[in-house]
Ligand binder design. Structure first.
Ligand SMILES: [Zn+2]
Length: 87
C-alpha cells in the first residue's frame, strides 16, 4: 500500500498589495479661490476641496507657509496626497 499522503492544505491567502494607482477611489479635486476662502490679503497659495466617493464630508486642503495640510485631518490626510504634486 502506498503511504498516505497528507491532504493538501489550502495555500495561505495572498495579501493584496496596496493599490498603486494614484486614485484608488473616485475622488473629486476642486480648486477653490484662495482669496475668497482666506481673505483678500491671504498668503495662501492654494485651497482645494477634495471629495471622496465614500465620504460625505469633503476635505479642505491648504497650501500655505505651513505647507500642505487638510483643515480637519492635518498634513497626513490622504486628501493632501490627492492634491499635492509628487516630488
Ligand atoms: Zn482630511
Amino acid at each position: 500500500m502506498p503511504p498516505r499522503r497528507p491532504r493538501p492544505t489550502a495555500p495561505p491567502p495572498i495579501p493584496t498589495p496596496p493599490q498603486t494607482e494614484l486614485f484608488p477611489e473616485a475622488v473629486l479635486v476642486e480648486p477653490l479661490d484662495a482669496r475668497r476662502v482666506g481673505g483678500e490679503r491671504t498668503r495662501v497659495r492654494g485651497v482645494w476641496r477634495v471629495r471622496y466617493e465614500s465620504e460625505r464630508a469633503p476635505h479642505r486642503v491648504w497650501h500655505d507657509r505651513h505647507g500642505w495640510y487638510c483643515e480637519e485631518h492635518g498634513p497626513r490626510c490622504r486628501a493632501v496626497t490627492a492634491v499635492r504634486p509628487e516630488d
